[in-house]
Design a protein. Structure first.
Ligand code: ATP
Ligand code: MG
Ligand code: MG
Ligand code: MG
Length: 574
């Protein structure tokens, strides 16, 4: 690319609303321009880096076995009504009407659309697993759009969605995607960490975020200083007990695996949408439990967790004949632990809830609750409270013991650049996305979803790579890897000829090259300053004097100038 043909939009002044370094440098280098709050144009310079991030993400998604699709940004309200999110999503969802007064939203995410696609296209377990991804524009009407493209309203996300016939298969794909994410962020040259995460409004069970470590990050990440443990402190996450309490009920495991129709049955009983039920666990106090009330001993308690985290409306009376009303006595508490809400039964029988992989575990719990060994025994709130439970990290400070049991916590700031979830059947059950299983019966598909903030990654990379003069791009996502500044280009035939030859050779060798061919009205100082601001990793200066000795000046953006032979320069840079 020649500077004279390129829309150079570098600026000296930093716009007043740009408070973080990436926003400042993206504006000053001319990568982006603001249209309105949270809406940005990607200029030619910025778009080049964005496309490079996309290309790496696309390549790794394909290597991970995902197939690319492109779904509409505009989504019909009906799909969102099916899952209940039309009512739950809140102000971030931009709702619009067409000329026929039909309601739509501009997609903030695509679970509904892709689940609709899957239920129409997939009919047999033999077609599974299926992993579909897209790189596409999202809209979220963020309360406080800020930091440029880092928290924009319109932004580009890579979102992938996988469909499975079994939990094991989901686990496998989740691992593959976890590994693919690590490769992506490594290739992008970022200092990142995978951390345990909350599942937020997307719902589901197991989840990891990928964070780029930077002081400007909006999230606090707790790291153990003695293990790999890392978690977003906004979340409470199911972990092993901290060790204070005796390890009693190891039995607090899930008892069975029902199907979607059982969830439906429970939903009907409770008079709620099936998709509002994430998980239920049955526990039982027994007479072996010395603290149990006589009355309650032996009775089952069901704990519910709903996707929207509001459990208050679920009333005990809605379960006549299924569970003893005692379990839903008035002294029962609604507890919220790290964004997960649970109904905790009478004192002696209660246990904390924890989220498991899948939503669909209900009917067997109900049927099983009165069977021997079908549930937990001896669970006691006071004694067992730390059992397979939730570590509430929201108030931790550096130096607190790590919930993993090893070491103490260090707290660092992180920018969330990726997020992977095991969704279970939250969406597929609500939308009846089924396939025929081996026995010819309908089976609800199990899902995972996997996001990367492609446009946010570009900003996050700058947060980690800059100095006083501007951006310092990692080679992989530099808009141009090499910048050439010829001195006297318009007057010296020698310089011009050498420059043209080098420019062609470098391009043929596969580099993206920026040739600053502006005339003498633009001083070399300005050219150097622009190039540093734009962050090009390698700079080559050609001059008559150097060329006389067969030399050019080479400088890495973060290094010192040195004279190198023009001969063999292409090899050197390769
Ligand atoms: P955040 O916590 O920053 O609001 P999120 O958890 O709401 O992000 P997800 O629903 O997990 O976001 O979306 C997947 C990815 O999309 C995020 O990991 C992030 O990299 C990116 N992303 C989310 N919101 C924005 C935004 N407003 N601007 C740019 N990128 C975003
Ligand atoms: Mg968000
Ligand atoms: Mg988040
Ligand atoms: Mg997230």
């Amino acid at each position: 690319m020649r500077a004279t043909q390129f829309l150079i939009a570098t600026e000296k002044e930093t716009p007043a609303d740009a408070v973080v370094i990436s926003h400042q440098l993206m504006m000053r280098s001319g990568m982006i321009r603001k249209l309105a709050a949270g809406l940005y144009t990607w200029m030619p310079l910025g778009l080049r880096s964005l496309r490079k991030v996309e290309a790496i993400v696309r390549e790794e998604m394909e290597n991970a076995g995902a197939q690319e699709v492109l779904m509409p940004a505009v989504q019909p309200a009906e799909l969102w009504e099916e899952t209940g999110r039309w009512f739950q999503y809140g102000g971030e969802l931009l709702r619009v009407k067409d000329r026929h007064n039909r309601e739509f939203c501009i997609g903030p995410t695509h679970e509904e659309v892709v689940t609709d696609l899957a239920r129409n296209q997939l009919s047999s377990y033999k077609q599974l697993p299926m992993n579909l991804f897209q790189i596409q524009t999202k809209f979220r009407d963020e309360t406080r759009p800020r930091f440029g493209v880092m928290r924009a309203r319109e932004f580009i996300m890579k979102d992938a969605y996988s469909f499975h016939a079994s939990e094991e298969c989901l686990n496998k794909t989740y691992e593959i995607m976890h590994a693919a994410y690590s490769r992506i962020f490594t290739r992008l040259g970022l200092d990142f960490r995978p951390v345990l995460a909350d599942t937020g409004s997307i719902g589901g069970a197991l989840s990891h975020e990928f964070h780029v470590l930077a002081d400007s990050g909006e999230d606090d990440i707790a790291f153990s200083n003695e293990s790999d443990y890392a978690a977003n402190v906004e979340l409470a996450e199911a972990v092993a007990p901290a060790g204070e309490r005796p390890a009693a009920s190891q039995a607090m495991t899930q008892v069975s695996t029902p199907d979607a129709s059982s969830i439906d049955a429970l939903a009907t009983l409770l008079n709620v949408n099936a998709n509002q039920i994430l998980k239920a666990i049955v526990v039982r106090g027994t007479s072996e439990d010395e603290n149990a009330d006589e009355d309650t001993a032996g009775e089952p308690v069901v704990l519910f967790i709903r996707g929207d985290h509001e459990l208050n409306e679920i009333k005990a009376e809605k379960l006549p004949g299924v569970l003893s009303p005692l379990q839903f006595a008035s002294d029962a508490e609604i507890q919220t632990i790290g964004g997960v809400t649970g109904f905790v039964g009478p004192r002696n029988l209660s246990a904390r809830c924890y989220v498991d992989r899948s939503a669909a575990h209900l009917a067997d719990f109900i049927c099983g609750a009165n069977e021997k060994d079908a549930h937990l025994t001896g669970v006691n709130w006071d004694r067992d409270v730390e059992l397979p439970t939730v570590a509430d990290l929201r108030n931790v400070v550096a130096g607190d013991p790590s919930p993993c049991g090893k070491g103490v916590l260090d707290i660092k700031r992180g920018i969330e650049v990726g997020h992977i979830f095991q969704l279970g059947t939250k969406y597929s059950a609500a939308m009846k996305a089924t396939v025929l299983n081996e026995n010819g019966k309908d089976q609800t598909m199990i899902m995972g979803c996997y996001g990367i903030g492609v446009s946010r990654v570009v900003a996050a990379a700058i947060e980690q790579n800059y100095d006083d003069n501007g951006i310092i791009w990692p080679d992989a996502i530099a808009p141009f890897q090499i910048g050439i500044v010829p001195m006297n280009y318009h007057r010296s035939e020698v310089v011009q000829a050498a420059t043209e030859t080098l420019y062609t050779q470098l391009k043929e060798a596969g580099f993206d090259v920026y040739l600053d061919d502006r005339d003498k009205k633009t001083s070399p100082g300005v050219k150097f300053a622009d190039m540093e601001l734009m962050g090009l990793p390698h700079r080559i200066v050609l001059s008559d004097r150097g060329l006389e000795g067969g030399l050019v000046e080479y400088k890495h953006r973060a290094g010192e100038k040195e004279d190198v032979a023009l001969d063999g320069l292409v090899e050197l840079l390769r």
